[in-house]
Design a protein around this ligand. Structure first.
Ligand SMILES: CC(C)(COP(=O)(O)OP(=O)(O)OC[C@H]1O[C@@H](n2cnc3c(N)ncnc32)[C@H](O)[C@@H]1OP(=O)(O)O)[C@@H](O)C(=O)NCCC(=O)NCCS
Length: 157
């Protein structure tokens, strides 16, 4: 399995614009409009409690994961995507693992996320990490697309 270098998006980095452009390009390709953050990435990422990790090959973004920690108690994985021709090589797993580690450094009790139950690869990946289904939220993405809310709890004692 390939080993991936996962990097953290730095708000002050000189290549911020180029990176965001690469991520937005991928986002548009992978997610339907109503599920896409393409129009609001820049804004989202400038918020204080948001982070983004990504991987690159030859200057091209190959995958990214976004997370946020709205409170000291919980964090959420808000986005995860791998470019199609880089899938099934462990990159999704590496990104998710790195994001969980970042969230855990904040001592949160719970990490949660939303996922369309029809996204089998993602569902399998989250289950493999031990995420459990909390409940089904009907019409979460659009009138005919639901989401599972999933969570993983940590013992913080
Ligand atoms: C979900 C996604 C990020 C996985 O990325 P990836 O780099 O291909 O994943 P990995 O190679 O690290 O695979 C890790 C695990 O995910 C699951 N998985 C990945 N692809 C799968 C597939 N095509 N079918 C079934 N399970 C799959 C498996 O459990 C796999 O573990 P295994 O290799 O031990 O079987 C990628 O498929 C993707 O970008 N999908 C579209 C966007 C999406 O659905 N995002 C999540 C919703 S926000």
């Amino acid at each position: 399995m390939a080993s991936w270098v996962i990097m953290e998006l730095d708000r002050n980095s000189s290549n911020w614009t180029k990176l965001i452009e690469g991520i937005v390009r991928l986002e548009k390709k992978i997610f339907p409009k109503h599920e896409s953050l393409a129009r609001s990435f820049d804004e989202e990422l400038k918020k204080k409690n948001n982070g983004l990790l990504y991987s690159e090959v030859d200057g091209e973004v190959t995958g990214y994961v976004m997370y946020s920690w709205p409170s000291s108690l919980c964090a959420s994985i808000t986005k995860l995507a791998v470019k199609e021709n880089y899938r099934r090589q462990g990159l999704g797993e590496a990104l998710l693992k790195a994001a969980i580690q970042k969230c855990r450094t904040r001592n949160v009790h719970r990490i949660s996320l939303h996922v369309d139950p029809l996204r089998t690869p993602a569902m399998n990946l989250y289950k493999k990490f031990g995420f459990q289904v909390d409940n089904l939220i009907e019409g979460y993405y659009s009138s005919d697309r639901n989401a599972f809310r999933m969570y993983m709890d940590f013992d913080t004692n």
